[in-house]
Design a protein around this ligand. Sequence first.
Ligand SMILES: [Zn+2]
Length: 186
Amino acid sequence: MAYQCELGNGQHLFLDQSGTQTLVMLSSSGGGQQQQATQSIQTGSWTTDPEVFRVANGVIVKLKTAQGEYFVQIQGSSIGVLSSVPALDNAQQIQMQQLDSPSQMPPMMSPIEPMQPMQPMKPMQMGNMQMSLKPMAMKMGDMSMQMGVPTAPPAPPATRQFCSQCGVAVQSADRFCSSCGHQLDT
Ligand SMILES: [Zn+2]
């Protein structure tokens, strides 16, 4: 269950319980600027609703938990746990307001979405240059470069052939000229 109260001067205090942690959050919207300070304190589960007191030098949050009593002091925008029990006899208690749903909490308190698994890297393409990793390879026009993979032994020099129609160089395995489409006699 989450609680909030107004501390004045546009400052809001939010208290929430997350497992055995107490989340203390300060949100101030003074001077047109939104400021937030959050502190997560290992306190154990609350056994009763938290209480907030106004003291001379700030605000004190009293938490009663399964592990004992905790006093959290808020001064300005700093949040700290007191090591000793403060005198709260004359302190004025501030009324806490219960938040019905966590959605009323500021967005910062929403659970952090789990990280998406890394997408495998896609080959990079720039104009006629292409680069990919694993194996590292680079291709630029007709030239290509590869690293990390055994290089194939150089192919035996192919017998150079030329198209009888247009005279462009063709591969001996080609059946048609890549330039004019003329059927090549092998
Ligand atoms: Zn040709």
